[in-house]
Write a protein that binds this ligand. Structure first.
Ligand SMILES: Cc1cc2nc3c(=O)[nH]c(=O)nc-3n(C[C@H](O)[C@H](O)[C@H](O)COP(=O)(O)OP(=O)(O)OC[C@H]3O[C@@H](n4cnc5c(N)ncnc54)[C@H](O)[C@@H]3O)c2cc1C
Length: 448
């Protein structure tokens, strides 16, 4: 069970105070009903309204806009693609980072967007081999050195002065942003464009052309499901994705002297190449926002606000951050929070639309949804308005992931892989290769 902690997100404390929107007033007819007011639902509404301003669109949100991962994430607007990567997919992801920046500017959303790139650090020999393999794979895909390459050790150290640094891979195609400012800015922008956004309205059943909620029934030609990790709570979809908790901490604002020791002057986001994912950014107000996986999976894919805090994982994140930057030893952690993201069985995101039934879906971004949701929104808008474009031909369109195993197999497998991942990182650190473990890990997790 999650240990109750004072859980409060940095983004909620330092972002705008959003309006408290009303619930669905009763039975309603629209052209498009979108379930979920995270980035996926909001971007989809934005691009649909831009393509056809006459469309009547309603977004139905169980809590409030940005309640899910979109209001709680690490703020990496990255070109990391949670799907099979081809040259075309990678270029489209680069475009998506630019698109988020351009549209945020056009809509007047100040989300502290800083395109400082992404530095993937190597802090032991195993990690160095891993980043070099990734750079080689990028070359094999036709990605240029400028788009993804290895830094000299001197340049890596200037960019970010982490302990035991042996090297880094770097891409300029990434920005750090304030997730709360983005999601609340987007919600306000789609409302200005004429989209109806209903909060505190839970969808209880989804059928073609009919959405049942606890406040009435919506009839719509097109129904878009944009519920990401919370999909696991919807009847008929309980094994579609695995809700995996990612947890974060933030420090107090740090002095210029501390930042002079650390670097990150242009706000590149960073992690190291360990197996158990971590992610960090220097915020616009000069804190560290730092997160990672490792929180327990809960039997039956349970989701509960109590799971947003987990003492061991949050303390572990602080330890990792201090290990990377010992100058932070006495710095106060002011915020701890977390939330669920969605992992499909094959770790492959998808966008789908069935014209006959009018049912659409996008999600399964694993931990890379900040820019990918934008791509999903543009793609769904093209599919729904019947335009065949480069986006609708991408391989994640109409992709189907198989369902997760029933319990207790699911619980056993997830906990087994988590334990293995810890072991692998320990053996990396001790520079002892764990070949069998790595083989099993790659088989299950599909990424390394
Ligand atoms: C802690 C954390 C850190 C992350 N860091 C990053 C990062 O740095 N970079 C990155 O690219 N990605 C990151 N991610 C992932 C990224 O945040 C998500 O992929 C993205 O926000 C998904 O957006 P979404 O709109 O699809 O889902 P969500 O934002 O989760 O929105 C789904 C919405 O649907 C609503 N909903 C669900 N069920 C119902 C229902 N029955 N009725 C009505 N409404 C419903 C929910 O209340 C929720 O608001 C992170 C995720 C987490 C949790």
């Amino acid at each position: 069970l999650g240990v109750p902690l004072p859980v409060r997100s940095l983004w909620a404390d330092t972002g705008p105070t959003p309006p408290n929107r009303s619930a669905l007033p009763g039975n309603t007819d629209v052209d498009v009903a979108i379930v979920g007011a995270g980035y996926t639902g909001l971007w989809t509404a934005h691009y649909l309204r831009s393509a056809d301003p006459s469309l009547r669109i309603a977004i139905i949100e169980a809590e409030h806009a940005g309640f899910g991962a979109s209001g709680r994430n690490g703020g990496w607007c990255s070109a990391l693609a949670p799907m099979h990567v081809t040259h075309a997919v990678q270029q489209t992801m680069y475009d998506s980072v630019r698109e988020v920046e351009n549209v945020a500017n056009e809509l007047g959303i100040d989300c502290d967007f800083a395109r400082g790139g992404y530095a993937n650090l190597a802090r032991n020999k195993a990690q160095l081999a891993r980043i070099r393999a990734k750079v080689d794979a990028a070359r094999a895909l036709g990605i240029s050195e400028r788009d993804y390459g290895e830094l000299t050790l001197a340049n890596a150290r200037t960019m970010v002065h982490a302990s035991r640094l042996l090297g880094a891979a770097f891409t300029p195609h990434c920005a750090a942003l304030h997730p709360g400012k983005l999601v609340h800015g987007l919600a306000a922008a789609v409302e200005r464009a004429g989209v109806k956004l209903f909060e505190h309205t839970r969808v209880t059943a989804l059928q073609p052309r009919r959405v049942e909620t606890d406040h009435g029934i919506i009839r719509a030609e097109v129904v878009v499901r944009a519920t990401e990790a919370f999909t696991a709570r919807l009847a008929g979809h309980r094994r579609d994705v695995l809700p995996v908790y990612s947890l974060m901490i933030a420090t107090e604002p740090l002095s210029d002297a501390v930042w002079d020791e650390i670097g990150l002057a242009t706000r590149p986001v960073f992690n190291d190449a360990r197996n158990l994912i971590i992610y960090g950014q220097r915020t616009a107000d000069n804190r560290f926002a730092f997160g990672g996986r490792g929180a327990p999976y809960h039997f039956g894919s349970a989701i509960n606000p109590n799971f947003d805090g987990h003492l061991g994982t949050h303390d572990g994140l602080r330890d990792v951050l201090v290990d990377m930057f010992p100058v932070l030893r006495h710095v106060a952690v002011t915020h701890r929070w977390g939330g669920p993201l969605a992992v499909p069985r094959d770790w492959h995101a998808s966008v789908s639309f069935d014209r006959e039934s009018g049912m659409a879906y996008a999600g399964g971004y694993v931990g890379d949804g900040v820019s990918t949701t934008n791509l999903a929104g543009r793609t769904l808008a093209d599919l729904i308005t019947g335009r065949a474009t480069d986006l609708t031909r991408l391989p994640w369109v109409q992709h189907r992931s198989r369902k997760w195993e029933p319990e207790p197999l699911r619980w056993l497998a997830v906990h087994g892989v988590a334990a293995l991942t810890y072991r692998l990182d320990r053996s990396d650190h001790q520079e002892r290769p764990a070949r069998l473990g790595r083989y099993i890990h790659n088989k299950f997790v599909g990424t390394d």
